[in-house]
Design a protein around this ligand. Sequence first.
Ligand SMILES: Nc1ncnc2c1ncn2[C@@H]1O[C@H](COP(=O)(O)OP(=O)(O)OP(=O)(O)O)[C@@H](O)[C@H]1O
Length: 315
Amino acid sequence: MRVPASSSPAVAIEGLHMRYGETRAVDGLSLTVERGTVTAVLGPNGAGKTTTLETCEGFRAAQQGTVRVLGLDPVRERRALLPRIGVMLQSGGAWSGVRAVEMLEHVARLHANPLPVPMLVERLGLAECGRTPYRRLSGGQQQRLGLAMAVVGRPELVFVDEPTAGMDPAARRTTWELVEELKADGVTVVLTTHYMEEAERLADTVHVIDRGRVVATGSPFELTRARGQATIRLVVTEPFPREAPESLRATLGSGTEVTEINQQSLLITGPADASTLAKVSAWCEEQGVLPESLSLGQRTLEDVFLQITGRELAP
Ligand SMILES: Nc1ncnc2c1ncn2[C@@H]1O[C@H](COP(=O)(O)OP(=O)(O)OP(=O)(O)O)[C@@H](O)[C@H]1O
């Protein structure tokens, strides 16, 4: 039986593999995006985020696996899909000599029922650079124009690749508000990001990806609270002995995870209470290491990534 397009997920990716020569950019990735949600695809540089998005946008055909966007094949049914989606690329997307507002007006004319261009220009602070040729715009201005171009056609689904990279804090906040407004209007948003706070603030669902695969999925709350209450970061003045993580694990017992961040710092996840802090401190004394800092905090998506992969998300 053919499932009606309206009841299919916004995006359904099943077992996607993509290679560039010998490089496995995407390695068996599966994920689903429900309609009307904001989904963040979070991962370090080179994790395969852009390649995955480009496959959803129909710029690349899936080499193996299936990709459906709004129930359609993004390559074979591209004509039907394009008017229904908005795409903000990581860079480019406009002719180098065209003025910012002219470019936006041009894209608006390609759509049947566009948003008013002056409203978007005002909203995204593009008036100050409206007559500037694209190539002369700053990185942040190019990002804002790219976002305006992606949403001007009132799409059902918007793909945004690192929407706030290179933006100053004020522009980043405006962009976040715009994404929140899109969601309030029922638009599905799929964004890629390196930024924790962006994923934590905006996303209903986060897919953490690493080396072309999904390594964790959940709401920011589920991901950060599911496997522990809080975290303790221990940084010491001299490198730890090699067996330190194992020894601390034995000291703290079950229910606590110890992850090595580097030779001088450890991440401890679990019931971060006074007794755990006291045990960590006594363990430092026993090992003859001097704590430089011992901090207690809520578990972040950064911590989740570190625990799963043993590497830090931020380069
Ligand atoms: N056109 C290409 N030709 C060859 N290799 C590529 C190409 N595009 C991407 N790659 C490689 O594929 C892998 C995944 O790249 P991709 O751009 O999809 O990752 P990403 O998660 O979006 O990274 P970033 O956060 O840096 O944008 C990387 O190793 C990258 O070097």
